[in-house]
Design a protein around this ligand. Structure first.
Ligand code: SF4
Length: 258
């Protein structure tokens, strides 16, 4: 952690969403943040070395966590878990499966682990998120209460970064581009939605079967640029760890603006 901290400017400017560089360095060490999320990390040979070390540590951590969660998820009662999380249970040739979609992509949970297109999934993050989702067997019905990420406990450090890296990114990408926005929503399985917000467009996406995300978009006008807000149902915390939820939303945005 000290090695990571030494490479930061130590100004505690808060732009990464953490209030201090120490807090940020600690999260990098624990694989909750990426060192590149500090906009002031300068890419020198030396800092690349630290970044590479940090990435290696992060990947080791992801892989360890994913193996632990996999062991737990494999031992579950698949039928019961599938019913709870909105998956599709299948039993064929004595092989049990839970089929589900994450970010509009199909996956299968089998007794041997997570599969994507019939091949064992090698992406630790996809595995962590889906295993956590399955093992929690969240059972709370949707509350219909739309909340932003900052509503959930311990998300204060994500709020600023979330606005900048997610909502503002979508608004900038589709500013004055209504057709592009609507096409992108359609491509990613979005469904036009009526909602609590008085937005020009609202689309609902299923991050996971029981974790909807509502994208609200206000067109640019003579006075203002376009703006975007992302909402989740307040039941989401019953279905997934909040750090993983934040990552899932970030990933959604990355795909959305590609
Ligand atoms: S962005 Fe975060 S890590 Fe980077 S200098 Fe500011 S507080 Fe420190």
């Amino acid at each position: 952690m000290i090695e990571i901290y030494k490479k930061l400017p130590k100004t505690n400017c808060g732009e990464c969403g953490d209030t201090t560089c120490t807090a940020f360095a600690l999260k990098v060490m624990n694989a909750c943040r990426k060192i590149q999320e500090c906009p002031y990390v300068v890419a020198t040979e030396d800092s690349n070395l630290v970044i590479n070390k940090a990435i290696a540590t992060m990947e080791d951590n992801y892989s360890r966590v994913s193996n632990e969660l996999e062991d737990e998820a494999k031992r579950l009662n698949f039928k019961e878990a599938s019913d709870a999380i909105g998956g599709r249970y299948e039993l064929k040739n004595e092989e049990e499966k839970i089929a589900l979609k994450m970010l509009n992509k199909p996956y299968e949970m089998r007794r041997k682990g997570l599969y994507e297109d019939g091949i064992y999934c090698l992406d630790s993050w996809s595995k962590i998120i889906i295993y956590d989702y399955i093992r929690r067997k969240g059972s709370r019905p949707l509350t219909g209460e739309w909340v932003t990420l900052g509503y959930f406990p311990n998300t204060a450090s994500h709020v600023k970064a979330f606005q900048r890296n997610a909502e503002e990114k979508i608004a900038a990408k589709f500013n004055n581009n209504k057709e592009g926005l609507l096409n992108r929503c359609k491509e990613l399985g979005g469904v036009s939605w009526q909602g609590k917000m008085n937005a020009d467009y609202i689309n609902k996406f299923d991050l996971l079967p029981k974790i909807p995300l509502y994208l609200c978009f206000w067109d640019a006008d003579d006075e203002f640029q376009a703006s975007c807000k992302l909402f989740l149902d307040s039941s989401a915390e019953d279905y997934i760890d909040i750090e993983y939820l934040a990552y899932l939303v970030e990933r959604f945005v990355e795909i959305f603006v590609q």
